[in-house]
Design a protein around this ligand. Structure first.
Ligand code: PRP
Ligand code: URA
Length: 212
């Protein structure tokens, strides 16, 4: 794990190995989808490291003991449509009691600015820790818009989970929302002239859903 201020790069060997397959142009839709979910689960392991615990009395086959359990049902998972949906199964297999909200955003092809088309949150989201999911953090426009919406819903503790992030996007999110910790599997080199991440993995939504 590699940590600079507000950015945690989860570079465990298992994640790096899976990410290399994910990036490859030769990886097909089915395997790509499975890998996005698996990597999301592994990154979530780090993103949930600070979840509050409480004591619980249990009995092993040998004796009684005071053990730990996660305190309360306090998470809201918020995938950004479309590509964030690919991360949802992996996270929910780890955190099945989470509630789920969805934010619909797409980048305008000409301006690369986010356009919002959908938003639905759990009614009690303001009492929860929100983890926003999107495999790609490029310019940061979509992440900033999503964080704005989650904050407007009253959430105080927000984490951003990506698979591949660009330095430009990380800087933009940190400037707009310095309180939000970003967790990713890799910090790539730069954006190209179309605001795609280099070396990146291409268009995550198209590769997850087979739309190109
Ligand atoms: C992609 C990606 C992010 C956004 C990142 O979505 O999944 O949401 O771009 O770019 P940004 O950091 O520059 O905002 P896209 O707009 O392609 O929408 P889609 O998932 O519906 O294809
Ligand atoms: N969205 C993607 O899917 N890929 C990129 O490289 C940038 C934005």
């Amino acid at each position: 794990m590699n940590e600079v201020k507000n950015l945690t790069i989860c570079d465990h060997p298992l994640i790096q190995h899976k990410l290399s397959i994910l990036r490859s142009v030769d990886t097909g839709c089915k395997e790509f989808r499975e890998l996005v979910s698996e990597i999301a689960m592994l990154v979530a392991y780090e993103a949930t490291r600070d979840l509050p615990l409480r004591d619980v009395e249990i009995e092993t086959p040998l004796e009684k003991m005071t053990a730990k359990e996660i305190a309360g049902r306090n998470l809201a998972i918020i995938p950004i449509l479309r590509a964030g949906l690919g991360m949802e199964p992996g996270i929910l297999s780890l955190l099945p009691a989470s509630k789920v909200g969805h934010i619909g955003l797409y980048r305008d092809h000409d301006t690369a600015k986010p356009v919002t088309y959908y938003c639905k949150f759990p009614v009690d989201i303001s009492e929860r820790i929100a983890i926003i999911l999107d495999p790609m953090l490029a310019t940061g426009g979509s992440a900033i818009a999503a964080i704005d919406m989650v904050k407007e819903a009253g959430v105080k503790n927000i984490k951003m989970m990506n698979i591949v992030a660009a330095p430009e996007g990380v800087a933009a999110v940190h400037a707009a929302h310095p309180d939000v910790q970003i967790y990713c599997a890799a910090l790539d080199r730069e954006l190209n002239e179309h605001s795609y991440i280099l070396p990146g993995l291409g268009d995550a939504g198209d590769r997850i859903f087979g739309t190109k």
